[in-house]
Design a protein around this ligand. Structure first.
Ligand SMILES: C[S@@+](CC[C@H](N)C(=O)[O-])C[C@H]1O[C@@H](n2cnc3c(N)ncnc32)[C@H](O)[C@@H]1O
Length: 217
């Protein structure tokens, strides 16, 4: 088993999962489910990129968060994803606006560090618990003191409809947790961890856990 297979053992490439490995089908799915609207809101309300911010986007997919960074500011954006086709598409569309690597975040070189902002949208539920902890540890080491780590993950809560439960059960990511599950893997690494449950994030029923971790001064 190679390293990307090891990291993806909570990720299904069967059925719909296999189809979504194609960048154009993934982008279309993101549009119709409201994931693109959600990313725009997540950037605007939570992340708020600022002039000259150094940003790392882990599991960046096709790099679409770059659509939601104010065109009047300059940022130093680095995206990494293990899906080669997504990274190729990201480079084609946003090559002049960022640097893209096809690799696991733990394999990013030492020179890619000192980030003000690290973004993780929808990657943790694709990882088993051990890989998720390794990712948190790498992010912590790549963040500047005073930097912030912004996470948005699908979350299991009480009172979800049968349809939402069905959607989560059939997601490519096979490790969707409850809020306590996400928080317990973060609390030992960061001095401040804030969590919010967002129920109106997508056009489909899809509850998201937004977590902001600060690497305090
Ligand atoms: C739900 S998609 C979200 C993509 C992107 N963040 C977005 O919001 O458009 C999850 C992404 O995580 C990537 N991924 C999964 N495991 C990874 C790993 N170990 N290292 C880097 N990327 C990974 C997948 O290839 C996929 O692009």
């Amino acid at each position: 088993m190679n390293s990307s297979e090891t990291k993806l053992n909570a990720h299904s490439k069967k059925g719909a999962g296999k189809i979504l490995e194609s960048p154009s089908i993934f982008n279309f799915w993101q549009k119709i489910t409201g994931a693109e609207e959600w990313k725009s809101r997540f950037m605007r309300e939570y992340i708020k990129p600022f002039q000259d911010a150094r940003i790392l986007d882990v599991g960046c997919g096709t790099g679409s968060v770059l659509n939601y960074i104010d065109k009047t500011i300059n940022v130093d954006y680095v995206g990494c994803d293990i899906n080669q086709d997504y990274i190729r598409q990201a480079g084609k569309k946003f090559g002049s606006k960022g640097t893209f690597y096809c690799c696991d975040v733990n394999a990013l070189s030492e020179k890619e560090s000192d980030f003000d902002i690290v973004i993780a949208i929808g990657i943790f539920h694709h990882l088993d618990d051990k890989s998720a902890l390794t990712l948190v540890d790498s992010v912590k080491r790549k963040l500047k003191t005073g930097g912030a780590f912004f996470i948005a993950e699908p979350v299991r809560t009480e009172n979800q409809s049968r349809f939402e439960k069905y959607l989560m059960k059939n997601d490519r990511g096979k490790n969707i947790k409850a809020e306590t599950g996400y928080l317990s893997m973060l609390k030992d690494f960061f001095s401040s961890v804030e969590s919010k449950i967002v129920r109106d994030s997508h056009f489909i029923p899809w509850t998201v856990n937004v977590i902001t971790c600060k690497n305090s001064l």
